[in-house]
Design a protein around this ligand. Sequence first.
Ligand code: ARG
Length: 462
Amino acid sequence: MTQKKPWGGRFGQATNELVEDFTESISFDHRLSHYDIRGSIAHARMLEKVAVLTGEEADAIENGLRKIDEEITAGQFEWSTQLEDVHMNIEAALSKRIGEAGKKLHTGRSRNDQVATDLRLYLRDTCDELDERLTDLQGALLKLANHEAKTIMPGYTHLQVAQPVTIGHHLLAWIEMLQRDRERLSDCRKRINVMPLGSAALAGTSFPIDREFCAELLGFSRPSRNSLDAVSDRDFVIEYANACSLIAMHLSRFCEELVLWASESYQFIEIGDAFCTGSSIMPQKKNPDIAELIRGKSGSVIGHLVSLLVLMKGQPLAYNRDNQEDKIPVFSITDTVCQSLAVFAAMVPEIKFNRERTRTAASKGYATATDLADYLVRRNIPFRDAHEVVGKAVSRAIEKSCDLSELSLTELQEFSPMIEEDVFPAMTLEGSVNARAHMGGTAPKRVLEALAAAKKMIAEPA
Ligand code: ARG
């Protein structure tokens, strides 16, 4: 049976079937149903307050909507493509259920301010959920970092061994990145938390609405200031997508390191069997597929960010139907990032570091060469000259296939007479990391302090 369109009044012909399928959004925007109902209840209560609806009408609307919400939650609600979107499906069901009062709900509003409101309510919750997941991941990393606070590994630049660092320090770097991700979400949440309702289609409404009251009911910080802007711009969605893209980019970087570390050539870590998969042909294989997939899925998140930017960039004021297309990327982004964060946080406790391997790797590649240069600087040799001296010493060590610390004192003194016996402790891995004891440095002492500070930071709102 064809359903009557709520906008059918001025139309003489039924909608073409192709058009129906092409324009519907119910197949995806049903995800906003809970928020749509919340928004409608607040709108009805506001209309009651300003005497556009009677108390009885508002009660009937609220009760009807709550029943519909229950039906939806129970999976008993029948969505109809002919009713286009979540707003019209729910409104039609309400009118069917409660009659006249249901048909009054749409007074003083439009689907344009309605959908913008729904999306903001949805994203507000999603920001909170993502914050929780980011915090969980930070907590898991913090545990691992505490466990490996003093463990030595090579620090890299250009993926070449650069200087020794502690694993605790390395993992704290990840925790920092996730903290900025939390801050970004919390910052964009402030701009999300503004209420478009009352903007109606584009110009506002002729009814004496109380927008402050409605905003308060919905927990928005304030009503929007300009109706044209409020129904049309989706910059808040783009900001959210950007914050999510940065999360995905960070996760992808971490995963790239995990993939390298788990490889035969590095053997820095072992990832638990439950978080790896095998090969259908090579029986010996244990692959870090979870890390690879998180890295791979970041591509779709970043792609969706670009879709949203392009979706918005050609739109004149005010609302255009293009905006309906924002939901597909935004839901996909949310699902991918939430899932990636959850699986990553679950995988972290299954990561075991091979301390011998990380130590051995750090003792290769002349990782303490800078420490020898710093030693000379402390003996009043200008840094540039010290750099040159150490470069020559490294060359010699390469020739002899040995480490700098394996050159004898006499040999080292050929490069600089300022070198004395006390150079050797400075060139050890421990000597190197312990020397970097300033704030933000890799010394275990500092790392332990930084871990304690991070624990506090994670427990607080970003
Ligand atoms: N379903 C639309 C959206 O997602 C909202 C409806 C506005 N439609 C309209 N014809 N004004 O943006």
